[in-house]
Ligand binder design. Structure first.
Ligand code: GLN
Ligand code: ZN
Length: 754
């Protein structure tokens, strides 16, 4: 048996690639320097994998931004205007990733989308009528040659044609059928080029195969691969899937002339069953048995039992998905040994593959013994009090009384807000200064008092500003928070934090998910200080600001011994305590953000409710079920893609929900109307993801569109999302526009009723 991985974290041990690339963005280094640094990183990573004893090493999993974009650029699937620009190849690439404005040309960044069920975001190219799809790039070949020169034979990887078509956008009027012959021809040319270089294996990533597939999609898949595989010549082709099972396509998959099929046995439990129905003897199974998404050590005994049960002749041990989704190494962490020994980041997972392989060859019984010992004792910290609390929850704990319509009336009286009440989503700009002061405080260069004084001053300044401009429901601005999950984790028992556990989220951006290491409880008040400080300083209503349990869970590394449901309920109880505490501190409006609610929504529709929504939505309800009828609960989501789960969202039973809408043409509104959505809504009236300041007419227009679909008594006016990443100038200017537009529309509404 041999070992390999699907891909390795390209950002580097200390996020080297991020820092170098950002230097390039700031014009501090030139293209040559950036290219050299990229080359050094690739070398370092290939050699590391080789030294860890990995048998086959992937290449072209490196990317300066995103491998999906790399693939689009390789095949010329980019806007004509960009093709014709005078920018260098690399700058054209970055222009697509991040946008580019100059006298010559104004290029908008490609849209970004969540990569299946991960927190990685890929860039979404569009197939356009004017494009000539053909092989124009050489990156995949250059990287192969580069490794070869170091004496390392690699397996180039690339997004496969089916997934490319499935996950890209199409210009209106253009069909998949129309582009198919050109796309297949382009991949054939790639096959030819790889053959010429003497490449032995090619890996085509086809994650779209783990989703629900229609019969047309299956036919499309068959058409692509029947043609393509007839042209592979000496090249061996591995079709690699991950993030789930291939139940809809398995019988087709094994009929084709693939040399290798990669299946995920971690998230795709059902794959085991599929393989047991028969697996061709002439195909190699790349068995994904080491989890590419979690940070825990592999349980060798169990893995070995799994492998033996597969009864496949030719087998390669691999990860369940690319190691892109885990941090680089535990070596730079300072956890106590009793914790650290349970952790495996990317580098350690490679080591595990090697050990598993040795154990299977009866060569390393010691490794198996040591590993068994790891799993003999309880690893996560337990708290029987919390367990009992969760166990004793009853139906009533998940239901807020009285019902929404009743509360709506009560709240109308209590708050007597004007029609179309205005608010923001929570954070105000975290300027360089704010970040510097926090970092000084963390390094103990300033005292706690100095830090708090500074935060208080900023908070008050922004409260005054909101009052002057005329907001109805105010926020304190979240200046004290570094992050909407880590900040909460720091006040919860059951969490631990890595120092270098960064995972790429998109491009040069990373996240450092906190780690759940036991039963969760609130160890101290989290937000009451800042919310009540704000409330004491204004006559207007302050909206308290919390992160919801599902989002905290989805942006953490979770434990293995209890279900996600149970961890989420524990989190919900902790946040419930905070909610009730805020109420005690006279906070009358509380927003509980569920920015990442959709993150763990199963890839297959049939699993949406049974495996996820049936507990995630009640967990949210548990958080606010005990508040007074007059306390107004808001929630917020950073996207509008919930047309398909609208009833679930309504079932969260919040009083108000704000969400992104400005970029999605407000399509969601039709659906809200159609499904008789009850919760009051604040569809974002301008896009905060861009520094552009909207004009009043534009915002008025958006509000009118909203009012055409939603009764005015149900509508709130707010931006799309939190403003922490924006500059102060554009934030103030945009919010003034928002208020002015609202005033004008209010006047219209009033005149109408006269
Ligand atoms: N309240 C948070 C903020 O304004 C919400 C952030 C988010 O939706 N991602 O920053
Ligand atoms: Zn948001």
């Amino acid at each position: 048996m041999t070992t390999t991985i699907i891909g390795f974290p390209r950002i580097g041990e200390f996020r080297d690639l991020k820092f170098t690339t950002e230097k390039y963005f700031r014009n501090e280094i030139d293209e040559k320097k950036l290219t050299e640094e990229g080359k050094l990183l690739r070398k370092k990573h290939w050699e590391l994998l080789k030294n860890e004893g990995l048998d086959t090493i992937p290449s072209n999993d490196f990317s300066f931004y995103d491998t999906f974009l790399d693939t689009a650029v390789l095949f010329n699937i980019i806007p004509k205007k960009v093709q014709n620009s005078s920018l260098s190849t690399l700058d054209r690439y970055f222009a697509l990733a991040r946008g580019h404005q100059s006298e010559e040309i104004d290029i908008k960044a490609l849209p970004m989308k969540k990569w299946f069920n991960t927190n990685y975001h890929y860039l979404v190219p569009t197939f356009e009528k004017e494009q000539e799809i053909k092989l124009v790039g050489t990156k995949i070949i250059d990287d192969y040659v580069e490794a070869k020169e170091l004496g390392i034979e690699t397996r180039p990887t690339i997004i496969g044609p089916f997934t490319l078509i499935q996950q890209a956008n199409f210009e209106d009027g253009l069909t998949k059928k129309e582009i198919l012959p050109f796309l297949i021809a382009a991949y054939e040319d790639l096959f030819k080029a790889l053959n010429t270089q003497g490449v032995q294996w090619l890996q085509l990533d086809e994650a779209s195969l783990v989703t629900d597939l229609t019969s047309e999609e299956i036919a499309l898949f068959n058409e692509i691969y029947t043609q393509l595989l007839s042209k592979k010549s000496n090249l061996k082709v591995l079709i690699q899937t991950y993030f789930g099972d291939v139940r809809d396509i398995y019988s087709d998959l094994i009929k084709h002339n693939f040399d290798g099929i990669g299946l995920d046995f971690i998230e795709g439990e059902k794959n085991k069953e599929l393989v047991s129905t028969g697996f061709p003897g002439n195909i190699t199974l790349f068995a994904g048995v080491v989890n590419g998404k979690n940070i825990w050590r592999n349980h060798y005994q169990k893995t070995i039992e799994l492998i033996n049960s597969l009864k496949v002749k030719n087998l390669v041990l691999t990860t369940s998905c690319s190691l892109l989704h885990v941090p680089f190494t535990t070596e730079n962490e300072t956890f106590e040994p009793k914790i650290k020994k349970h952790l495996a980041f990317a580098k350690e997972k490679v080591h595990e593959l090697n050990e598993l392989n040795q154990i299977l060859a009866n060569e390393n019984p010691e490794a198996l013994n040591l590993n068994n010992q790891l799993f003999e004792t309880e690893r996560f910290t337990q708290n029987s009090f919390i367990k009992e609390q969760v166990d004793s929850l009853t139906k009533d704990d998940f239901i807020r009384q009285p019902a929404f319509s009743e509360r709506e009336k009560i709240q109308q009286e209590v708050f007597s807000l004007p029609i179309l009440p205005t608010t923001t989503i929570g954070s105000f700009p975290q300027t360089k200064e704010v970040k510097q002061i926090r970092s000084k405080f963390n390094k103990q260069e300033i005292t706690e008092k100095e830090y708090v004084d500074y935060l208080e001053k900023r908070t008050i300044d922004w409260i005054r500003w909101q009052e002057e401009v005329g907001f109805d429901v105010l926020v304190h601005g979240e200046f004290e928070r570094n992050d909407m999950v880590e900040y909460f984790g720091q006040h919860l028992d059951g969490y631990i934090f890595s120092k270098n556990g960064w995972v790429q989220s998109y491009g040069t951006r990373g996240v450092k998910p906190p780690i759940i290491w036991g039963d969760i409880s609130r160890n101290s008040a989290i937000t009451t200080k800042w919310s009540s400080f704000a409330q004491e300083n204004t006559e207007k209503v302050i909206k308290g600001m919390l992160t919801g349990p599902v989002t905290i869970l989805n942006w953490s590394f979770t434990r293995e011994d209890i279900s996600l449901k149970e961890s989420t309920l524990q989190l919900a109880l902790a946040i419930q305590e905070e909610v009730l505490d805020l109420e005690k501190h006279h906070i009358k409006v509380i927003q509980i953000d569920e920015a990442a609610l959709r993150e763990k929504l199963p890839l297959r529709k049939s699993d949406w409710y049974s495996n996820y929504l049936n507990w995630a939505i009640p967990a949210f309800r548990l958080v606010h079920s005990k508040v007074q009828p007059s306390t107004q609960i808001h929630t917020h989501m950073c996207y509008s893609e919930f047309t398909d789960i609208i009833t679930a969202i309504d079932n969260m039973d919040a009083d108000v929900i704000s969400f992104e809408a400005s970029r999605s043409n407000l399509e969601i509104l039709d659906e809200l109307k159609r499904q008789n959505f009850q919760t009051q809504v604040g569809p974002g009236v301008y896009d905060i993801h861009s520094p552009r300041i909207p004009n009043v007419l534009e915002v008025e227009e958006t509000i009118r569109k909203i009012l055409a679909k939603v009764p005015s008594q149900k509508v709130w006016i707010n931006p799309d999302c939190g403003l922490k990443t924006r500059g102060e100038f554009e934030t103030k200017a945009s919010l003034e526009v928002l208020i002015e537009a609202t005033k004008r529309i209010r006047k219209e509404l009033l005149d109408d009723t006269k």
